[in-house]
Each structure stands twice: as C-alpha cells, then as structure tokens.
Design a protein around this ligand. Structure first.
Ligand code: PEP
Length: 250
C-alpha cells in the first residue's frame, strides 16, 4: 500500500515572513494522524527560516529546482551540495514552468535528476502534456518521452528515491482540473510504463502524484483513484486552510 504524498509548491510567492507564518500554521494544525507524507517547497530565500519553523514537525522541505554542476562559475544557480547544506531532502525537476517558461529540455531535466540522486537526495520528476498535445491525441507519447528521458537506466535502488508528478500543463494554475478518469488513465499508463522499464514490483512501489488545480474540494475524488498516490499543489498550497483540506482528503 503506497502512503499518500502531498507536496505544496509555493513557486515565486511569499516574503520570508509570509512563508514562516504559513509554515507555523501548518505545524500547529497538521493532524497527528494525517494519512499522508507532507512536504513544502518554498522559494530558496525563505528556506532557512521555514526550516526553523518546521523543526520537530514531520513536514519535509524541498527545493523547486537545482543545477546539475557541482560548483563553479554558474551565476545564479544552486547545487545539490547547497541543498543538502540547507537541510533539504528533495527537489522538483522538470516542473512545467521550468520546461515551458524557462525552456528546460528533457536532457537538462535528466542531468538535474542524476545530480540529485548522486548526492542521495530524493526527486519529484514532473511530467505532463500541453493542451495542444492532448487535443492531438499525443498525451501518452509525451508522457512516454518524458518518463523515458527522465528515468531510463536508473538502478532499482535509485528509482525508490523518485516520485513522479503527473501535471497536465493545461491544468496548472488554470482552475481546470483533469477529470478523475483522465488522471487515473495517465497514472496507470505511467505505472505500466515503469513496470516495463524496471519491474512490476518497482512500479507498484512508485508514488505518482497528480498536479493541476488540486483544491480541497476535488482532492478526495482524485486521491481515491487507485493509481493517484498524492498531489503536487501550487495555488492551494499558499493558504493553510486549503492545503490542510487537501491533506484531509488523503
Ligand atoms: C504546481 O505548481 O505544480 C501546480 C500544480 O499548481 P496549481 O495547483 O496552482 O495548478
């Protein structure tokens, strides 16, 4: 049985004071018997303060991105060693905003994933099709390309450090959510592909989050799908009430 995994991606939002206040509310109000692993992903500059606010709580903290080189002349970038030094346990790679706004390719996403795993950090690998790809019937081809580029050739042990987040690009921040059938179908496809690449056992252990306008009022139905193992949440993670409502749906 896979334990649900709910992560809140705060994106480029929150002052440090706002981030600390949100973290403090989550610590105070997260039920002790929550049915999910919970993580927050603040902007880099708020991480130290949020980490302090989360001390002693079960809420994990991750990074929104990382660079694949170890150190050196890469102005503006952050290395895996820096993430570890700051006390983080994981990072996102391949978020749709990085793929489609910043222009990251599958190859760059893979280099980032490899760098994280080499430094024993966990990874949430984001995948998902654009609206025109879905409308052209290319959803599964896009997912297959992104998953193959993202994890093909990892060892089974490395795969245990990876969570996949299926986030249809057309549903992120738009208020449009995939139907439960669309989400389940993409998640099932993903799991079967991973079974073919690794083993059925490895695929059954893999957690696959859904992301794209998840809210307290749609989380329960999405999370009830057999292959939906959690949620990657953007907008609704910026308020304690809505994020806790999503966690309650697990
Ligand atoms: C996200 O940031 O990954 C996301 C899914 O955003 P939202 O929940 O706002 O659609």
């Amino acid at each position: 049985m896979r334990r649900a995994y709910i992560a809140g991606n705060w994106k480029m939002n929150c002052t440090i004071a706002e981030a600390v206040s949100l973290a403090e509310q989550l610590v105070a109000r997260l039920p002790g018997d929550a049915n999910a692993d919970v993580a927050v992903i603040p902007p880099f500059l708020a991480i130290a303060a949020v980490r302090k606010a989360l001390a002693g709580s079960p809420i994990a903290i991750g990074a929104q991105d990382v660079y694949f080189e170890k150190n050196g002349a890469f102005t503006g970038e952050i290395s895996t060693a820096m993430l570890k030094d700051a006390g983080l346990s994981f990072a996102l790679v391949g978020h749709s905003e990085r793929r489609h706004v910043i222009g990251e390719t599958d190859a760059i996403v893979r280099r980032k994933l490899d760098a994280l795993l080499a430094d024993e950090l966990d990874v949430i690998l984001c995948i998902g099709e654009k609206l025109e790809e879905r409308e052209a019937g290319q959803t599964e081809a896009v997912l297959e390309r992104q998953i193959t580029a993202g994890i093909m050739g990892l060892t089974a042990a490395q795969l245990t450090r990876v969570t996949i987040a299926y986030e249809p690009v057309w549903a992120i921040g738009t208020g449009k959510t995939a139907t439960t059938e669309q989400a389940q179908s993409a998640h099932r496809f993903t799991r079967n592909l991973v079974a073919g690449m690794f083993s059925r056992e490895a695929a059954e252990q893999l957690r696959i989050q859904y992301g794209g306008s998840v809210k307290a009022d749609n989380a329960k139905d999405l999370l009830a799908q057999p292959d939906v193992d959690g949620a990657l949440v953007g907008g609704a993670a910026l308020k304690a009430d809505s994020f806790l409502g999503i966690i309650a749906g697990a």
